[in-house]
Ligand binder design. Structure first.
Ligand code: DC
Length: 210
């Protein structure tokens, strides 16, 4: 599958890397976290109980979500900036524990890729669950203090709480798959990481042609 899947916890550099790669290689870019955030934003603004899967499903039942070139629309309203608030970060991680919510977003993400062709997709379970046939799989890591310093809106405590939830949930917890290339970005410049992944993509495309 002609796709680069990049997974990692918050602040590991996924978005910066995915955007830079998409531009450099001429690929589309999907931030799957944004799809969780859009749903969370709807759940929050509808006062749904985030720990109730049924409540969240009901509140988000008939929404339309769109993601194009980083712009996020929910029912036609531009929520690109609003979904970056810390309250939405926490809510996205909370609704992400619900299997039926994940299933809906998985279908939405697969459809997005089917509509956009070759792309870079980033998230937590893109290589392990959503696109297990991705031609390039990357798992980014970084020290927790480095990660917190990259997320201006989050304190280290917020980040640790969110990490713990994203790692321990029973439905698709974040996971390093055996065929992913693991890169620790703590001390690397983004351009160095970009060179490594662009090289993996060129080799994968070459193999595909042969
Ligand atoms: O990548 P992000 O910080 O925008 O993601 C927000 C939350 O969404 C994250 O804490 C957990 C959830 N998420 C997920 O469970 N699976 C993904 N593929 C992407 C995000």
């Amino acid at each position: 599958m002609d796709l680069i899947a990049i997974d990692g916890l918050a602040g590991t550099g996924k978005s910066t890397l995915a955007k830079a790669l998409a531009e450099r290689l001429g690929l589309s870019h999907l931030d799957t976290g944004a799809s969780f955030r859009m749903m969370a934003w709807v759940a929050l603004t509808s006062n749904a109980r985030l720990d109730s899967e049924a409540d969240v499903l009901k509140a988000t039942e008939n929404i339309s979500m769109s993601y194009e070139a980083g712009k996020c629309l929910v029912n036609g309203t531009d929520v690109t900036k609003r979904i970056r608030q810390e309250s939405v970060s926490a809510a996205a991680s909370k609704i992400a524990v619900h299997p039926l919510i994940r299933q809906r977003l998985l279908l939405w993400q697969r459809q997005w890729v089917a509509n956009h062709g070759q792309c870079v997709v980033e998230g937590r379970d893109t290589a392990s669950v959503v696109f297990p046939d991705a031609s390039v799989k990357v798992y980014l890591e970084a020290d927790s203090q480095v990660r917190a310093s990259r997320r201006i809106e989050a304190t280290t405590a917020d980040l640790i709480e969110r990490d713990a939830r994203d790692m321990s949930r029973s439905s698709a917890p974040i996971r390093k798959v055996a065929d992913a290339v693991v890169i620790d970005t703590s001390k690397m410049a983004i351009s160095e990481v970009e060179d490594v992944v662009a090289g993996l993509w060129q080799s994968a495309i070459q193999d595909h042609k042969e």
